[in-house]
Design a protein around this ligand. Structure first.
Ligand SMILES: [Zn+2]
Length: 202
């Protein structure tokens, strides 16, 4: 739930910051320290070699405060840049997923939405956590006055939300969802430890 709330907050922040970014148009590029953090994220979590190459060369990556892990950030498509507020793994995984999906989503939007609907109805207990997230995306969260993502057919936020919801671990989603993440994440063996559980922070 906390994760979902922060996802909603991030969504709202993103809209605000997108407006700010359009006005200020910062032009900073990836610093050495930010690149170190990106390298840590890409090494610690099961990104494919192709995704490691692409995410560390095709987009700019910026972190405002590398000393904090409070989270937050956004993807700025017109600057081709991921900008994080802090060095939090969850936010990095989320915003990098936005960057990855940005062009790859073309003609996949409806299929991803259909898979998210199926996940919201999933009864296999192995996928309970992501099924719960998907349920919120599809049906909204009335007590938070949130209508969810289906009303806007927001496939990009479903994609990034599930990416950070599973913390890049494809074992937490069923095969019909994995297929959308296959190029970005590698499937870990059943007995491999959870990368998120062994990370020093969230
Ligand atoms: Zn997002």
């Amino acid at each position: 739930m906390e994760r979902m709330r922060s996802a909603v907050a991030r969504l709202r922040r993103w809209g605000q910051l997108k407006a700010d970014a359009a006005q200020n148009a910062p032009t900073t590029s990836t610093t050495a320290d930010a690149a170190d953090f990106l390298h840590d994220v890409l090494a610690r979590f099961p990104y494919t070699d192709e995704a490691r190459r692409w995410l560390s060369s095709a987009i700019a990556f910026e972190v405002h405060d590398l000393t904090s892990t409070r989270g937050g950030g956004f993807w700025i498509p017109d600057q081709n840049k991921v900008q994080l507020f802090t060095a939090q793994y969850e936010a990095a995984i989320h915003e990098l997923a936005h960057a990855w999906w940005h062009t790859r989503r073309i003609a996949q939007e409806d299929a991803l939405i259909a898979a998210t609907i199926a996940l919201s109805q999933e009864t296999d207990p192995r996928y309970a956590r992501t099924a719960h997230l998907a349920y919120g995306y599809i049906h909204g969260i009335p007590e938070q006055h949130w209508a969810g993502m289906l009303v806007e057919r927001n496939d990009w936020e479903m994609y990034a939300g599930l990416a950070s919801g599973m913390m890049a671990d494809l074992r937490l989603v069923p095969p019909y969802v994995r297929t959308f993440y296959d190029g970005m994440y590698a499937l870990l063996p059943d007995d491999a430890p959870s990368p998120a559980a062994t990370a020093p922070h969230g």
